[in-house]
Design a protein. Structure first.
Length: 281
């Protein structure tokens, strides 16, 4: 492929993504995940266990935002828009608090419950072998000591080059733009949200960095379609955490369909299946 063709291909990708999103059909998985989650009370345990910590975190962030972000925004909004600026600045502050809460929750509270939920769906749908072999591979490839060493080695890089913090700041700044900001945030983060909801699947499959990059590149349209709906649901006020869980269920259902196409599952009696990791923990 010539240089000109590569440039044209890169330039046309953003325009092609919406068309790919409609044609791929993966946009339905987040909605299926919500219905699946509601129909299976056995999956609610991890979400219910997060309610109290999430409430505490939400209140702390909300107080912080009203103390430090609301006053200057309200002053500017009232100066430009009059008394109605007080309402718009309050709404903007709520959006900023929700964005910060979601980001902090994803870092501190959600990783383990979401991983357990994903594994539980795979086990429930008959793909417990993938969960078992994935965990065995991870334990065999890297000991506990090696994980600690790897974490310590990466820690300075995370502190000196905090790209995650820049991404968080970018998303929070978008919330300062009324109406348009959240829409831009959804579009920009759609592919990343889609990949995040399948992250556990990548771990269980044992994908190395080059494989993972290739997988994401070849399925950008599918991930964008999934992430577009998933990110939109997570923007709904006060229900964002709930939809993070249901989007994970949707990602697991997508993984189930992918695995079923590769390795068809022979139905077995439920009593013979390995018990859900969600219930075991």
């Amino acid at each position: 492929m010539s240089l000109v063709q590569k440039v044209l291909s890169k330039a046309s990708n953003p325009a092609a993504l919406p068309l790919m999103a409609v044609s791929q059909g993966t946009y339905i998985y987040p909605l299926q995940g919500a219905f699946y989650f509601l129909r299976n009370p056995s999956l609610w345990g991890n979400l219910l266990g997060m309610v109290l910590p999430q409430i505490v975190l939400s209140i702390a962030v909300l107080v912080f935002c009203h103390m430090f972000l609301f006053p200057p925004q309200a002053a500017l909004a009232i100066f430009f828009n009059g008394p109605t600026g007080l309402i718009t600045s309050w709404i903007a502050t709520i959006q900023q608090a929700m964005a910060l809460t979601m980001a902090l929750s994803e870092i501190m509270l959600m990783p383990a419950p979401l991983r357990m939920l994903f594994d539980a769906i795979l086990t429930k749908e008959g793909h417990d072998r993938l969960v078992t072999t994935g965990n065995i591979r991870r334990d065999a490839e890297e000991s506990y000591h090696e994980r600690i060493v790897r974490f310590v080695k990466r820690l300075p890089q995370r502190i000196i080059f905090p790209f995650w913090m820049a991404r968080l700041l970018f998303n929070v700044l978008l919330t300062f733009i009324p109406i348009v900001g959240p829409i831009i945030s959804v579009l920009v983060n759609a592919t990343g949200v889609g990949a995040r909801c399948q992250e556990r699947y990548f771990e269980l499959k044992g994908y190395a960095a080059p494989e993972l990059k290739r997988y994401i590149q070849t399925r950008r349209g599918q991930l964008f379609a999934f992430g577009l709906v998933a990110a939109t649901l997570e923007q709904i006020p006060f229900l964002g955490v709930f939809f993070v869980f249901t989007n994970t269920v949707g990602g697991a259902l997508w993984a189930v369909d992918t695995e079923s196409a590769l390795n068809p599952v022979v139905p077995v009696p439920r009593k013979n299946r390995i018990r859900s990791t969600l219930l075991e923990d």
